[in-house]
Design a protein around this ligand. Structure first.
Ligand SMILES: NC(=O)c1ccc[n+]([C@@H]2O[C@H](COP(=O)([O-])OP(=O)(O)OC[C@H]3O[C@@H](n4cnc5c(N)ncnc54)[C@H](OP(=O)(O)O)[C@@H]3O)[C@@H](O)[C@H]2O)c1
Length: 320
């Protein structure tokens, strides 16, 4: 059982998932985790990572640092997505193994699953087909990190490395830049700007019919702490973290427009691609370990919009 005074390192603490992990650990009464800003510790630098682990000797590590982005970013910077994520994962996993951490959580991604995966996507379906081509380099980098965890566990006869696969995350500290953001935060920023400027309509990509699963970062953080607290955990496969329900992009747009108070029209540009028709995780495994999500999509969107309003600059639309 993870003790309350355990030495915990959260990599990527300023990001969407990392900041939620920090909040959850604090709420649950754990000792303040160790954090380092990128300027103090560049996780792509193996020497710096190695030195930091030798000094700090963390017992538990949550690896929430990485290069993340939407479809346009993935297509524009495929090499950076692959190279940065592989370097960060390899550096941290090697250092963690060398100093003998008790447990490490690594975040994979639902885009590691085959494009034509049977729904809902169960962990054993990984590598049974090719992932979606537009995010392939990112998916391969995440598969590499995930399978390195499993290989260490197997070779060391241990269960120290826990790869998890959350579905699309959202919440405070998300990226709201419409050029690089994921769909939920991008829609929130688009509707907000349309409301402020009094626009009569907002044009969105595709048909609105693909179905996606969204999970609040607080639920992901809660699931991670739950997993770290398990004494006996078989880790032969990664563990999905989902809410068990999906919505169409059209339904999502309606929920967000309502939370934002945007009353204009929504038009769909069907000349733009839809992507995979459905991406729902099978989260039975984590449910069987006694965890379930608590944040509904409507509540999560309302709270995230409130956070966005408190952090968006009215002049520049930048979020701080
Ligand atoms: N967001 C999702 O929907 C989602 C879903 C499934 C899995 N995941 C995975 O979960 C993890 C966290 O995602 P997120 O959405 O929380 O990402 P995020 O908000 O973009 O945060 C990533 C963090 O990593 C830090 N970072 C990146 N490169 C670094 C480097 N070289 N050295 C030090 N710090 C570095 C960033 O620091 P700066 O602020 O300095 O850039 C940032 O704080 C990622 O591995 C991602 O693949 C995310």
């Amino acid at each position: 059982m993870m003790k309350h005074d355990a030495v915990i390192y959260v990599a990527g603490h300023a990001g969407l998932i990392g900041s939620a992990v920090i909040r959850r650990l604090e709420q649950n009464g754990y000792r303040t985790p160790i954090t380092r800003r990128r300027g103090e510790l560049d996780l792509q630098n193996s020497g710096q990572v190695s030195e930091f682990f030798e000094e700090a000797h963390p017992e538990y590590v949550i690896l929430a640092a990485g290069r993340v982005g939407g479809i346009v970013e993935n297509q524009t910077f495929p090499a950076d997505f692959m190279d940065e994520n592989m370097a960060i994962q390899l550096n941290l996993l090697k250092a963690a193994r060398r100093v003998g951490v008790r447990r490490l959580i690594l975040f994979g991604s639902s885009c590691m699953y085959p494009r034509e995966c049977p729904q809902p996507m169960a962990e054993h379906a990984l590598l049974s087909g090719k992932p979606e081509p537009t995010s392939l380099p990112y998916a391969i980098s995440k598969l590499a990190g995930t399978y390195l965890c499993l290989a260490y566990n197997k070779q060391d006869h241990d269960t120290r490395f826990i790869p998890v696969i959350p579905n699309s995350a959202y919440g405070p500290h998300d990226n709201f830049d419409p050029k690089s953001a994921h769909v939920l935060s991008a829609l929130m920023a688009r509707f907000h700007q349309a409301k402020v400027s009094g626009a009569e309509s907002v044009v969105l990509w595709g048909s609105g019919s693909p179905r996606r699963e969204f999970i609040h970062a607080d639920d992901i953080a809660d699931a991670c702490v739950h997993l770290l607290r398990q004494d006996d955990l078989a880790v032969e496969l990664p563990i999905n973290i989902g809410v068990g329900q999906d919505v169409s992009i059209k339904e999502l747009a309606e929920l967000i427009a309502e939370a934002v108070g945007y009353q204009g029209r929504v038009e769909w540009d069907r000349t733009k691609p839809d992507g995979a028709p459905r991406k729902l995780l099978d989260s039975e495994r984590i449910r069987s370990l006694g965890w379930k999500p608590t944040v509904t999509l409507a509540e999560g969107i309302a709270a995230t919009y409130q956070w966005y309003l408190n952090h968006v600059d009215r002049e520049t639309s930048q979020v701080s």
